[in-house]
Design a protein around this ligand. Sequence first.
Ligand code: ADP
Ligand code: MG
Length: 702
Amino acid sequence: MAGSSQDQSTRHPQDDPLSSPVQFLKGVGPLRAQLLEKLNIRTAQDLLFHIPVSIDDYSELCTVPELEAGTEQAVYGEVVDRDVRHLRGGRTLTGVLLNCDGHFVRGVWFNQPWMLKRFKEGDRLIFRGKPAHRSGRWEFNNPSVSPLHDDEEPDQSAGILPRYPLTEGIRMEGMRKMTRSAAMALADQLLDPLPAFLRERLELPDLPSAVRALHAPADRDEWEAGRRRVLLQDLLEFQLGLALRRRMTRQLTAPRIEVSARVNARIRRLFPFRLTAGQESAIQDLIGDLNSEQPMHRLLQADVGAGKTAVAAYALLAAIAADCQAVLMAPTEVLAGQHWETLDELLAGSRVQRGLLLGGMPAARRRETLQQIADGSMQLIIGTQALIQDSVEFHRLGVVVIDEQHRFGVRQRSRFSTGGFSPHVLVMTATPIPRSLCLTQFGDLDVSQIRDLPPGRQKVITARISNAAEEQKVWAFVEQQVAAGRQAYVVCPRVEGQSENDNASAEQLFAQLRRGPLQQLRLDLLHGQMEREQRHTVMDRFRSGDTDVLVSTTVIEVGVNVPNATIMVIQQAERFGIAQLHQLRGRICRGSHQGFCFLLSESETPEAVKRLTALTETTDGFELAELDAELRGPGDILGLRQSGAMPLRYADPIRDLELLKQSRVIAQQLIENGEFDSSDCSDLRAVVLLRFSRLFDLPQTG
Ligand code: ADP
Ligand code: MG
């Protein structure tokens, strides 16, 4: 969508006021332009697409004498008092008193004591809701609250004003003036890539009108329609990119891999356990996919410890049995090494030729391995991203398994395809992905889930530890467990300290524990700033039981497998997200011993308490993922947008789920009924390809 300065490469910048630097716009100037850059606003066009998060409807604003009981209204005033009352049954009532032009109005909230901290005296607020008159005073029960910025003077005549994300140094009023004036001056210049027939069908305003409505709405409906149009376009372009990719991959062929009863039995005999129902059904899905010339594109979602490796092994061995090569790619060398050990053990006594390909291999070994891969003598290759470098040539590649998919994009996946040929691809992730995200990020994948765990698996017992006395007990517990033969991880948010005795720092905590509470134990330190060799040595020592306690950063997050490690102590746990804590905790449910996880956190913010409490209450990763999405609200789920893996510009797959579903249907229709290839859609095609051909490896011409 026309939203970022890079997309303007097709036009000449001099002719195009939209792509000129934002500083030249009226009311901006070099100083503000610098601040706007923090919001990724560089060109005039970027400013036009700075999307308001909501609107303030000042036309609803009342003076206190105008209030009517039970009607939706809003008042504006300054906070003069706040209190929390403790009621019977442990309930609380929080009150905030506003002075509204000499009249007092109270806002009240039941059981939300943290509301007290959200406001302070002198804050200027708007309460919205249905007021009631109680004991001679107006009261809003559970009102919605908009804080006012320093320079805002609300009055009814202001009408409807958009609210924007801001950055330090730019105030709401200033932002409003800039966007409004830019929209008035420039919105007409925007090319609308959506053809008229589609706009009519979907009842969407054209792009210039939509952008004007965003920044200078006449009423709420107009603003909402404008916003819907811009978000829908963002989603639609993305879904069209995905649909094109699907169309393209449908033209690729993969070797048909039929799993005979004999092969099936031979593979199963290798596993030292009975497969769980979840593993079985994932394998059935696989068998169906492999038995086709359509390349498989399947996502296997299963919580840590659910046994994804066995499913992966099944796919790899099925390919090898059909005389194809098979590849397993992991995101880190540690993980690749672990997969190697697991599979090497599984295949002990088999004739399968197997090898490891890592980035840091000696040149001669690497050359030899590449040769064996190219001539097909190596049947099973395990490695890291080193596998998708140009120098690697495969020989009749049948199956690729990619572990921990969220670190790899669609593009990496397609690196295994060449000249109309593609292997079957299975991607695996332990990060439970909310359904809505599956539709976007993984929109071109079929999904299998494993929801059960192997039998006898103990659920990790998790506790939140919020004071020093309890913390001492934790260290005593660690000593006791080590005496019983177990090992422990201590995880810190940072490597280096920012102050003395900074227990968020792995280095400092390591030193402290060694001098203090854990001086009797064998401690070691692991973090990402250490040399690779040294890291491997530390991990090996821990794995072989030569170390009792490993103090580390989150380098141990993904996949590390030491079944004897059953305790995890996480420092300043509030600094981690739910997903990350869940991943970390997954490190200690690998064996048959009971695991214990201690979340150390003194933070009392409601958000932190809620997150940490959730972890103490459930170990179901899918449940936690949904809660995580809910708590974070619209925003950056799993850090995808930040990592560049989230290809949406304005829309949010969770907040805008309904639009997302709509856009998916529209995109599929447009592609399937041929409309997308018609001349009416030529602008839209150009925009989609410009935006997604690299990310999705689409051909440059549609
Ligand atoms: P993940 O899904 O996290 O990759 P793994 O494949 O590493 O999980 O499996 C975790 C542990 O569970 C391994 O030690 C593996 O041997 C064991 N395991 C896997 N499947 C089963 C099963 N069906 N029954 C018993 N143990 C199993
Ligand atoms: Mg795994």
